[in-house]
Design a protein around this ligand. Structure first.
Ligand code: SAM
Ligand code: SF4
Length: 453
């Protein structure tokens, strides 16, 4: 009798960087002979690709692992072996501690060494309990197999491409420099090769991603340094690529060249996610952000000067140690001044090993909650106002999937708004011009005017 094909289930937590890494681990598993499982219950290999950014995010992993231990035992009783892998930033930060807290785990592998997954699986079958959280010198990307075209098509017309990893900024609240290591950029040729491969399989939108994507400084084919603006121009020129996005940026790396790209590069979407964290100079200083609120407003003005319709987005932390009511009011004032299309607000979460975790004047839970609610209400008002202003306009929508209701299709506008419309499934994967009829709670409703050329 032929043995059944083993199946792999990969669950991603946290940011887009993890979504990308999970897809690449899926490619490695496919190459190692695994097919994709839709649920953990059916999988012979389970990978949790974890997030460590806030306390809540990492504690979630341990409760998930408790459930998976029971599943592994059940499957074991039925004679089926399950390999349990913890990858991502919790793996990097906690290493062997994960095995101590959950001995059912077979492999702990960090974000810089997951390209070794196939060999680690071989080793762990004989000797479970491997920890690989090295930052190897070899280039991870050159060891990853090309994604098979059918997998690209399944993932859709919009794809993430990691171009930069790690961070040298050391904001005092943040674990990223410790879990993802020093800033490193992929060479231009490697990124463009991947984009061309994606485009040949039908991808028309790429989002260039990095923890600090606008610090990108790759080398071109002649060994000359090239920044993010140059990379965006080159990506936009790849045949088949119609839209380029990038995320996440730091204000201090918002170069003039990058701002000009928002004017010159037609394919560059008019959307900018630029985290500011706080509107108070005292808090920005304590956070080691190395810019003032006025510097941020200046960047916003310069970007708007070249691209007046740009949709702006940001990240905020409320309740940072020592944040007074007046500091928080300055954050609200900055939000009112800018007028965001969307933004994320988080309660400060102390992360062991970061300077802010040991600062005096930690803010109480109730006060953090109150500030979060106030900021989120303001952001929500601005989001709705931005969406209402789209009603009556014609926007180019990249349709990505079927909508919730029969006969509907759903996609994104250039400004990252979710849009749905009545339309044939054949438009999925394509750009179409859509007249926006209404702004609903979480999305825009529109009418397909014409499929784009
Ligand atoms: N590199 C980006 C930047 O410069 O802002 C984002 C990195 S981080 C993955 C995404 C967001 O998580 C940050 O912008 C910040 O708002 C939030 N964050 C990071 N550490 C946090 C912490 N300790 N507590 C609460 N939020 C945090
Ligand atoms: Fe974290 Fe971003 Fe600051 Fe780097 S720049 S330390 S990733 S918040």
């Amino acid at each position: 009798m032929r043995e059944a094909i083993p199946r792999a289930f990969i669950k991603s937590f946290g940011c887009q960087m993890n979504v990308y890494d999970s897809e690449r681990m899926g490619d490695l598993a496919a190459e190692a002979g695994y097919s994709e499982a839709a649920r953990a219950e059916d999988a012979d290999l389970i990978v949790l690709n974890t997030c460590h950014i806030r306390e809540h995010a990492s504690e979630k992993i341990y409760s998930e692992l408790g459930k998976l231990r029971r599943l592994k035992e059940e499957r074991g009783r039925a004679g089926r072996r399950t390999m349990l892998v913890v990858a991502g930033c919790v793996a990097q930060a906690e290493g062997a501690e994960i095995l101590r807290r959950q001995p059912a785990v077979d492999i702990v592998v960090g974000p810089q060494s997951y390209h070794r997954l196939p060999e680690l699986l071989g080793e762990a079958r004989l000797r479970p309990g491997i920890v690989d959280t090295d930052f190897p010198l070899e280039d991870k990307f050159s060891h990853l197999p090309a994604t098979p075209p059918d997998a690209i098509r399944r993932r859709g017309a919009s794809a993430f491409v990691t171009v930069q990893e790690g961070c040298d900024k050391f904001c005092s609240f943040c674990v990223v420099p410790y879990t993802r290591g020093a800033e490193a950029s992929r060479p231009l040729g490697s990124v463009l090769g991947e984009i061309a491969h994606l485009a040949q399989a039908g991808v028309s939108e790429v989002t260039l991603i990095g923890q600090n994507v606008n610090a990108y400084h790759g080398l071109d084919d002649r060994g000359q340094p090239i920044g993010l603006a140059g990379l965006i121009r080159a990506a936009a020129a790849v045949p088949g690529i119609r839209r380029v996005r990038y995320t996440t940026s730091h204000p201090n790396d918002m170069s003039e060249d990058l701002i000009q790209a928002h004017r010159d590069v037609r394919a560059l979407a008019p959307f900018l996610h630029l985290p500011v964290q706080s509107g108070s100079d005292a808090i920005l200083k304590a956070m080691n952000r190395r810019h003032r609120a006025a510097d941020y407003l200046d960047i916003v003005a310069r970007v708007r000067a070249v691209r007046p319709d740009i949709a702006l987005s940001s990240d905020f932390i409320v309740g940072y140690p020592g944040e007074t009511g007046a500091d928080f009011d300055e954050t609200l004032a900055l939000v009112r001044t800018v007028g965001f299309a969307s933004a994320y607000a988080f309660k400060y979460s102390p992360r062991p090993g970061t300077p802010a975790a040991d600062m005096p004047a930690q803010i109480g839970a109730a006060e953090k909650e109150r500030r979060l609610a106030a900021l989120q209400a303001l952001i929500e008002d601005q989001r709705q106002a931005f969406n209402r202003a789209s009603v009556g306009r014609r926007l180019e929508v990249l349709f990505e999937k079927p909508g919730k209701r029969e006969g509907q299709i759903a996609g994104r506008s250039p400004y990252m708004q979710a849009v749905f419309a009545e339309g044939p499934k054949s438009l999925i994967g394509k750009l179409a011009e859509v007249e926006i009829l209404a702004a609903e709670a979480h999305s825009l409703r529109g009418r397909v005017v014409s499929p784009a050329s």
